[in-house]
Write a protein that binds this ligand. Sequence first.
Ligand code: PMP
Length: 423
Amino acid sequence: MGVSDTLDTALATARERYVAAHPRSRELAERAAEVLPGGNTRSVLHIEPFAFRVVAADGAYLIDADGHRVLDLLGDYSAGLLGRRDEVADVVRAVLDRGWSYGAMSEPETTFAEAVVGRFPSVDQVRFTNSGTEANTMALLTAHHATGRERVVVFAGAYHGGPLYFGAGGDGLRIPFEFAVLPYNDIAAAESEFAVNGADISCVLVEPMLGAGGCIPGQPEFLGALRQLSAAAGSVLIFDEVMTSRLAIGGAQELLGITPDMTTLGKYLAGGLSFGAFGGRRDLMAAFDPGAGGLSHGGTFNNNAFTMAVGASVHQTLIAPGALRAVNQRGDAMRDALAKTFADASAAWSVTGWGSLATLHPVAGPVTLPDDLRDADPRRRELLFHELLAAGFYIAPRGYIALTMDVTDDDVDRFVAAVAEIC
Ligand code: PMP
């Protein structure tokens, strides 16, 4: 039997074991499929042949409908960074006590905005949204308004939201801006785009690390070149820090020493509640001042009482620089240990990432460009996912890991040992 057949057999066995272990989840998935296409309302959560259903979370653990308890290493795709801390629940309870749905302004949004402005070097003013997708859409429109230009530079493999996805299969449903999709970490390609089209480029939208594209860090020289090229052409440089803002108090922009014109945020900044924000240079954001007849940016839930209250306290009491540093150092140590595990086992696997974010790839590596993943066999990815789940560890089927503050050094050690065993 060839390697490919062996893989098919192993994967079929793993799926059968998964199906047998999740009868109640299967029932719930079948019921869901009647009213939700494929039983799903968030594409990334699909698992073959059906996704297990969670009934509760307990600290760093998820408990599913069949009673399995798995260590949550996915952290809600990065939104769960803070973990399920009592302090977050206390803030939510306090909002329940004093009431919600005001349809009016309140103090927490100012406190939250002050914290965001204080944290990120590029953000003089900010507006809140409900998601990172909305934040990116608004940032693109802000740049269009400021420059009067149409062209938007983005990068192959990037994910800026459901309708702003530039990986394989993303073009089926994409907001129709005039996109130029360039290769990531390729300075020459960016230079030639600006040489030919510079005067038409409204903005560059870039993740400092390709997140969904495989946790591939942007090279500092590449991101620095984008800063120079966009400044020279009068284009707006937008850093999508929806994922990378967790890498330091000032986000990846602080670590890189590169200040974009605008920044978009999302995920964990409101403690795991629905959240997004876009902000930047005062002159760009001034366009939204309603008192000056500015651009309309509505949103019933932009300042919803829960998100604003938790967001304000996250930054007042829950995200000390030391706590952020610790979770990111734990991630760095985990990636080092995983890389050593793969090397010791001579396994054709590699790990990429930055701080508390990582992705396991079924290729020997090194992986520094999206193109380095072209030979990745999705069956090996899925097999690792199933083996880890059966061993009690939940990561994304695509190999992605986002550590939360509930995950301990001991948890990471046990996870690395499980990976070694599977190798
Ligand atoms: N940008 C990046 C870099 C992301 O990772 C995501 C979410 N995975 C988004 C934008 C979209 O955020 P949301 O899911 O809140 O719309």
